[in-house]
Design a protein around this ligand. Structure first.
Ligand SMILES: *[C@@H]1O[C@H](CO)[C@@H](O)[C@H](O)[C@H]1NC(C)=O
Ligand SMILES: *[C@@H]1O[C@H](CO)[C@@H](O)[C@H](O)[C@H]1NC(C)=O
Ligand SMILES: *[C@@H]1O[C@H](CO)[C@@H](O)[C@H](O)[C@H]1NC(C)=O
Length: 438
């Protein structure tokens, strides 16, 4: 009963939003109701649980890991051994081919010294070089975790390390939104992270929502929307802080790999920082590598900042700042109280769609409104995370997982913004006790 009322109300809202957005947006509304079934237990090991959730088209593994970094990596590897052994070789050959092709077609995409290595010694040597230059700036815990992962999965350590360097070599578009105060339902902070990286790659079949339960005195419990075997945080939430990012394509300053890979720094933020201020201190003190926009939301201030983050500088902006470096604010990116957003295009963007949808939903923004917005704007093809800090809920969506990669029969695949979202009650997930030793 309640469900049908909600659904017709939802449809009505969606139809009005479509009418409003028609002139500005190309997408069609996501009309699925949100998937709320409890995750189903699949397996367990010392220091880890493996669950599954979502519909048949978009099944997501939910992995809980406990203990020190090595133990957490080991449990991850042991519980997803088959998937890691299946995915990593596929991913590496995909990645090598993609980088080789980009180096031929658009050499300017890479810094000169990396391009030289790619051209003379190959992509694996370039990944090794990034590993050697970033390792001194990387929290040692990541390498301990990858060591555990390797032993648990019985899979080559060096290949896992190379896989973890790959995101430094690529650039994804993506969108970021933070809405609170006057902009949102109840004034509560809602944060969006929509990852646009294409859906023609081997990651699509292996989405994994990892819930980390670090040992005592080693930071917050936190969650990362990732893929089997990848421990960086492109999309992460800890109830204290949440992170989103997108590439900063307009950046024209200097570039260096001598620093911390950004997805490890993002993970340190959600694990160790309890406020935007702490995250900004970490960002300012870090040796930064590539140029991205980094969204940091925080429960303690109930606000979000976006950092224009690069090797040279870290410029912070909030809802009062004209889009940084682009003052006066472009017409397609109005400054709105209690709302910070960056759309998926190269900035400054002149696509009016996202701002139009945000203005339409202004004062009523919540998880459902953000789901409508991503589907009408068509952002977040590979995956999407929405964080509701006050409710302590995370909503995720992934691209179809039921179509094999590669896709020789050309079966239709839908991007995550068009698929059913899955709701995670983080009160329950963060509180889940470890399995008894077996
Ligand atoms: C369950 O996990 C254990 C590791 O503890 C692993 O050895 C076993 O293969 C897994 N079982 C299945 C059915 O995946
Ligand atoms: C699952 O995929 C099929 C084929 O693409 C589609 O017809 C169906 O609507 C999808 N169901 C859900 C719940 O996404
Ligand atoms: C989040 O913020 C609310 C309101 O300020 C507070 O009551 C709650 O304890 C905070 N939660 C955490 C985990 O800090």
């Amino acid at each position: 009963m309640t469900k049908s009322i909600n659904l017709s109300l939802l449809l009505c809202l969606v139809i009005t939003a479509i009418a409003y957005a028609q002139d500005n947006c190309k997408g069609k509304a996501n009309t699925f109701d949100i998937y709320t079934d409890e995750p189903v237990l699949v397996n367990q090991t010392n220091g880890g649980w493996l669950y599954k959730t979502g519909g048949a088209n978009n099944t997501v593994h939910v992995l809980h890991v406990y203990g020190n970094p090595y133990q957490m990596g080991y449990a991850h590897g042991a519980l997803l051994r088959d998937q890691i052994q299946q995915m990593m070789p596929m991913f590496m050959s995909y990645a090598v081919a993609a980088v080789t092709q980009t180096a031929k077609a658009t050499p300017s995409f890479f810094p000169q010294y990396i391009l030289n290595i790619i051209q003379t010694e190959g992509v694996l040597a370039a990944l090794d070089s990034i590993h050697y230059t970033t390792a001194p700036y990387t929290n040692i815990e990541f390498y301990e975790e990858i060591q555990g992962l390797s032993e648990g999965a019985d899979f080559d350590y060096q290949t896992l390390v190379r896989m973890h360097m790959f995101p430094e070599l690529i650039k994804a578009s993506c969108s970021i939104v933070g809405a609170w105060g006057q902009a949102s339902v109840g004034g509560n902070l809602f944060q969006l992270r929509a990852l646009d990286w294409g859906i023609d790659n081997p990651l699509v079949n292996f989405p994994t929502f990892i819930v980390y339960h670090p040992e005592e005195d080693n930071g917050n419990p936190f969650s990362v929307l990732s893929w089997t075997g990848f421990i960086g945080a492109l999309t992460g939430y800890s109830q204290r802080t949440g992170v989103s990012e997108k590439v900063w394509s307009g950046y024209s300053g200097s570039f260096s790999y001598t620093g911390t890979p950004f997805y490890f720094l993002m993970r340190d933020i959600i694990q160790y920082d309890s406020s935007i201020q702490e995250a900004l201190t970490r960002i300012n003190n870090a040796q930064r590598t590539c140029a991205i926009f980094l969204g940091v939301g925080s429960n303690s201030t109930n606000t979000l900042n976006v950092v224009e983050y690069s090797h040279d500088t870290a410029a912070v902006f909030n809802d009062q700042t004209p889009f940084p470096g682009f003052a006066p604010t472009p017409a397609a990116h109005p400054t709105l109280t209690d709302l910070v957003y960056v759309d998926k295009h190269v900035q400054p963007s002149n696509d009016p769609c996202m701002a139009a949808l945000l203005q339409y939903s202004y004062g009523k923004i919540d998880a459902q409104a953000l789901i409508n917005i991503v589907s009408l704007f068509q952002t977040g093809d590979l995956h999407i995370g929405i964080y509701d800090f006050v409710g302590n809920q995370v909503y995720v969506s992934v691209a179809n997982t039921n179509v094999p990669y590669p896709n020789p029969l050309n079966q239709p695949m839908s991007p995550s913004y068009q698929n059913q979202f899955i709701q995670f009650d983080m009160n329950k997930l963060f509180a889940l006790a470890p399995p008894k030793n077996i």
